[in-house]
Design a protein around this ligand. Structure first.
Ligand code: CP
Length: 307
């Protein structure tokens, strides 16, 4: 039997196919209102050392909706790290104040390090360009809700595939289910080699293209768009070369197929025109709202309330 009790959630690479199914199925129970109140008496700390709208606020809402308590840091300048406290000391201290730590940090590997320092489980809410596993859980839940399955889908991932942690986590997860992947990016922002190697290892069919229109040849079920991650570029001129390179408009939807679903982890900058929002293809706000039951389910599993 799969148990998440007291388990840190750091990377999709640590997770099995059955782990992901368990999270999706538990999320469904929570969303349908079949289980509630499972975080009563539990306290969650949200430590965000990078900006966030959806992840932090949906975690916090998830805790309230399930009967728990939440506190945290939304602005790192307001923590004692600005006075020189080490990351390790902060984590070891906060671990004694709560039942779970949710952390977002600009440094890749920070969540893994926190999980090794903490006496309570740690959930990675995004570490640099590396991983964003809870985004992937809600993405999988949304895909399953829309298509009734997580396999045999043709999925395009578009935009910043080099620095985008959401697509790194999602590619790993989709590979566990057997899906065909089309990567659409400028040549400077391709999917990292270590992820392609993993896809080869799992015999996943994938292709890399740079022209969005060319994706029309591949009969996509889903186009997962991402923002070019300006804040990760060392050289602003390199960002300017690719800023605004892709833009999804109603005409793009026509070209890609009228049944295509458009997903995006958000925030968006200019890669999806606002006219697309009212089209039935646009599911990115539904996707964002699914962050609540997904994070409720995950917190319930990790704290043992849903074991
Ligand atoms: N999708 C996502 O991680 O959004 P935020 O950066 O607003 O949390």
């Amino acid at each position: 039997m799969i148990s998440f009790r007291d388990r840190s959630i750091v990377s999709i690479r640590d997770m099995s196919h059955d782990d992901l199914i368990k999270i999706v199925e538990t999320t469904e129970l929570v969303k349908n209102g079949e289980i509630s109140g499972f975080l009563e008496g539990k306290t969650v700390a949200t430590l965000f050392f990078e900006p966030s709208t959806r992840t932090r606020l949906s975690f916090e809402s998830a805790v309230f909706k399930s009967g728990g308590s939440v506190f945290g840091i939304a602005n790192p300048k307001a923590s004692s790290q600005s006075k020189g406290e080490s990351f390790a000391d902060s984590i070891k201290t906060v671990a004694g104040y709560c039942d779970v730590i949710v952390i977002r940090h600009p440094v890749e590997g920070a969540a893994r390090m926190a999980s090794e320092l903490s006496s309570t489980p740690v959930i990675n809410a995004g570490d640099g360009s590396n991983q964003h596993p809870t985004q992937t859980f809600l993405d999988l839940f949304t895909i399953n809700e829309q298509f009734g399955r997580l396999d045999n889908l043709k999925i395009g991932m578009m935009g910043d595939l080099k620095y985008g942690r959401t697509v790194h986590s999602l590619a790993h997860a989709l590979a566990l289910f057997g899906n065909e992947l089309t990567f659409i990016s400028p040549s400077s922002l391709k999917m990292p080699g270590h992820i392609l190697k993993e896809l080869d290892h799992r015999n996943i069919t994938y292709r890399s293209i740079s022209n969005l229109e060319e994706a029309g040849d591949h009969d996509l079920d889903i186009l997962y768009a991402t923002r070019i991650q300006k804040e990760r570029f060392g050289d602003p001129q390199e960002y300017e070369k690719v800023a605004g390179i892709y833009r999804i408009t109603p005409e793009t939807i026509q070209l890609l197929g009228k049944n295509i679903r458009v997903m995006h982890p958000l925030p968006r900058v200019d890669e999806i025109a606002e006219e697309v929002d009212s089209m039935p293809n646009a599911i990115y706000f539904t996707q964002a709202h699914n962050g609540i039951p997904t994070r409720q389910a995950l917190l319930g599993l990790v704290t043992g309330g849903l074991d």
